[in-house]
Design a protein around this ligand. Structure first.
Ligand code: ZN
Length: 271
């Protein structure tokens, strides 16, 4: 009887998604360019993690050049409050790179956040989004296509005034301190300052550095449409293996992933 009870108890406790494990798994499949089978596989995995975590999951399908299709997988966590925060990470890589830091790392953090949202008790509604077709060097598009579709969705649904920010997690798997990047002239109280405050509250070293131009991650399309957004990613050391075959799973640093998750969780908790 005791053995049965124990078995039932163990089975009922969901295994928490581990950012490092998820990032290693996805990047071990090899390159996953936009609209490829491997990009789809990464989206399916994240969708399963979101569903298992009890999030409402939606798929936003969109076209990429060449007539193929990619998608954004959106996991929704509702609260009684009307404000909204988006945390997104692109699922695709370039055609030659296994994309471990760029950006299985961001997907890993999304996967680790999903089952924790209830305990985090977020101060606003949360959308966790695995975007598609970010890599412009591969799609040939001037825009990060998943982010463009997502930012348009926010506007179409009249959520613009409710959106506090959309945060892109992109290359959070090594090289700390992180940089928080956005194209604005200085930190905004409810965007960059709120994120930096959250980081310092949990002891995660982050500095805000203005984007050189309009930005090189999914936050770009939000800002271009007048929606507040920023990117958390690699720091001063840069990512020498970006878009390169050496961006392998073995380079991922579990500690970096834990810090990125801790900072994001604290930012979502803020009222
Ligand atoms: Zn990236």
């Amino acid at each position: 009887m005791i053995a049965t009870l124990l078995a039932v108890t163990v089975a009922a406790v969901p295994v928490p998604a581990d950012a490092h494990r998820v990032a290693v798994k996805i990047s071990s499949w090899g390159p996953r360019p936009a609209a490829s089978e491997r990009e789809r596989r990464a989206h399916l995995l994240i969708g399963r993690v979101f569903r298992r975590a009890g999030l409402r999951v939606g798929v936003q399908d969109f076209r990429v050049p060449g007539g193929r299709r990619s998608r954004n997988v959106i996991g929704v966590f509702d609260t009684p409050r009307s404000c909204l925060r988006i945390v997104m990470a692109h699922a695709d890589s370039t055609a030659n790179a296994p994309g471990a830091n760029d950006n299985a790392s961001g997907l890993g953090v999304l996967a680790e956040l999903a089952p924790r949202l209830k305990a985090i008790d977020p101060g606003c509604d949360v959308w966790l989004v695995a975007t598609g077709a970010e890599e412009r060097v591969y799609t040939g598009s001037p825009d990060h296509l998943g982010a463009l579709a997502l930012a348009r969705l926010v506007k179409e649904r009249d959520l613009a005034s409710r959106l506090r920010y959309a945060l892109s997690l992109d290359e959070v798997g090594r090289d700390r301190p992180f940089w928080l990047r956005s194209p604005v002239s200085g930190p905004r109280p409810r965007v960059e300052s709120a994120l930096l405050t959250a980081a310092s509250r949990v002891g995660v070293p982050v500095s805000w550095v203005r984007d050189e131009s309009t930005g090189n991650s999914d936050h770009r399309e939000f800002e271009l449409l007048g929606l507040p957004a920023a990117k958390l990613g690699v720091g001063a050391g840069g990512e020498p293996c970006r878009h390169n075959p050496c961006d392998r799973p073995s380079r991922l640093d579990p500690k970096s992933l834990v810090l990125a998750r801790r900072m994001t969780a604290e930012a979502l908790r803020a009222r």
